[in-house]
Design a protein around this ligand. Structure first.
Ligand code: AMP
Ligand code: GLY
Length: 421
């Protein structure tokens, strides 16, 4: 069969890379893909989703895997399903778990899912009243999708109120900010927990840890993620059990009960506070760069898991995960995350493949025989090993073989667990 992977980032490249040797797959299309995905398949592009769906029907595509949140919230999975195309990804109604923070917080309240105390409002005076009841810092969130920028951690009451005002007026995020969530700040460590779901059942993947800040020691501005590793030893079996019981199970049951069964991958952003898990946010897709370190951990059965989610029969799926650890180091362009960077040619200093390491391409563009770093997060160097130390060494080993003007990367990925090993 032929499959389509929707998206253009490192996440989509990593899924393609993990599936490229799957013998049941005769071809992979990327919609729209990036400058390197053509190494794994064929890039395609369309004016709109409708034209894409016509293509999928005409070409009898066997599975569509939707990478990013925007097409999910827009309902791409729904149109594909209406046309009898198998799809990995939730319906637009189920995608509200990510598409609306207000919906997600109210859902958590309805099903007693542990999450930060909050109010949701469209009213500035109500926002101010709640802000005054909280300790500092205070978290203010725009309701809708804001490309990862809709969360502000305010350090003063004045900043929290101003942020609320700017969001509610539509000034900062347009319609996405016209409703807001204000919540208490939770102090702890974060984990990214992924459940591949078929509406009823789920498979829990190894817990990952992302590194959101630009600079070492978690300094500098927030980014989409500068590196990740999995599994994280911070996610003990008891903690994972509690996450299943208090967060994932009630979510799947609740979504089914409300008529919007969740299929695809449920990404739970967790804050562990004094050993207890709290839900910070849901995403309805794989994390990026978490996906880059999870895909290589499938020894076999990734396609079956994706198909099982799409068909609603995960129960009978046979798969196996490796015992290894993966570490991914994001290499970003010079001005990331502030503004666009000049395109730069990437030089690969050593063509010999490094054992247990691979490069996942994201912000790249083809220029004849060369690859250009076209901005943002350019690529992810992924290392595998028996432990974090070995995987980190393999990942940084490959970073050393890459050069482009202005490249930046963190030197301390996985530091929270490296000290323990
Ligand atoms: P979200 O998009 O809701 O996950 O928020 C983005 C990031 O903001 C999270 O990964 C956390 O680092 C931080 N954050 C969000 N909500 C809270 C909270 N209630 N307490 C502390 N940090 C938070
Ligand atoms: N790495 C976090 C995200 O994908 O949202």
């Amino acid at each position: 069969m032929e499959i389509v992977i929707v998206g253009s980032g490192g996440r989509e490249y990593a899924i393609g890379l993990a599936l490229q040797n799957e013998c049941r797959i005769e071809g992979i299309y990327f919609y729209p893909g990036n400058g390197a995905t053509e190494k794994l398949g064929k890039n395609i592009d369309f004016k709109n989703h409708k034209d894409f769906v016509e293509f999928a029907v005409r070409e009898k595509i066997g599975l569509v895997i939707i990478g990013p949140e925007a097409p999910l919230v827009e309902g791409l999975a729904d149109i594909l399903r209406e046309n009898d195309i198998l799809v990995f990804g939730p319906s637009s109604k189920a995608a509200r778990l990510e598409g609306s923070k207000v919906y997600m917080k109210e859902f958590a309240r309805r099903y007693d899912i542990p999450t930060a105390t909050f109010v949701q409002t469209q009213d500035y005076a109500e926002a101010c009243r709640f802000i005054e009841t909280l300790n500092l810092p205070i978290v203010v969130k725009a309701d809708g999708l804001c490309a990862g920028k809709g969360v502000v951690i305010a350090q003063s009451y004045e900043e929290a109120k101003n942020t609320a005002k700017e969001m509610l007026s539509g000034k900062s995020f347009g319609d996405s900010g016209k409703k807001i969530v204000i919540e208490e700040y939770l102090e702890g460590f974060e984990l990214s927990v992924f459940a591949m779901c078929d509406g009823k059942d789920f498979i829990l993947l190894p817990a990952a840890q992302d590194h959101k800040r630009l600079l070492d020691s978690d300094k500098g501005p927030n980014t989409g993620g500068m590196g990740a590793y999995a599994p994280s030893s911070l996610a003990t079996p008891a903690l994972l059990e509690e996450i299943k019981e208090t967060i994932i199970d009630p979510t799947l049951t609740g979504m089914e009960r409300e008529g919007n069964p969740f299929s695809g991958v449920l990404f739970c952003g967790i804050m562990v506070v004094k050993g207890r898990p709290y839900l910070l946010e849901f995403n309805v897709r794989f994390g990026d760069p978490e996906c880059e370190v999870l895909m290589p951990l499938f020894k076999r059965g990734l396609l079956d898991c994706l198909m099982g989610c799409a068909k609603g029969d995960l129960k009978n799926v046979d798969y196996e995960l490796e015992e290894n650890v993966c570490v991914g180091v994001v290499v970003a362009s010079k001005e990331y995350p502030y503004k666009n960077s000049k395109k730069e040619k990437i030089t690969f200093l050593d063509a010999t493949p490094v054992e247990n390491a691979s490069i996942v391409f994201a912000g790249v563009q083809k220029d004849g025989k060369h690859l250009l770093a076209s901005g943002g997060r350019v690529l992810v160097c992924v290392g595998k090993g028996r432990n974090v130390k070995e995987a980190t060494k393999n990942a940084y080993g490959i970073v050393k073989t890459i050069k482009f003007e202005g490249m930046q990367f963190r030197k301390d990925i996985a530091y929270q667990v490296l000290e323990e090993e």
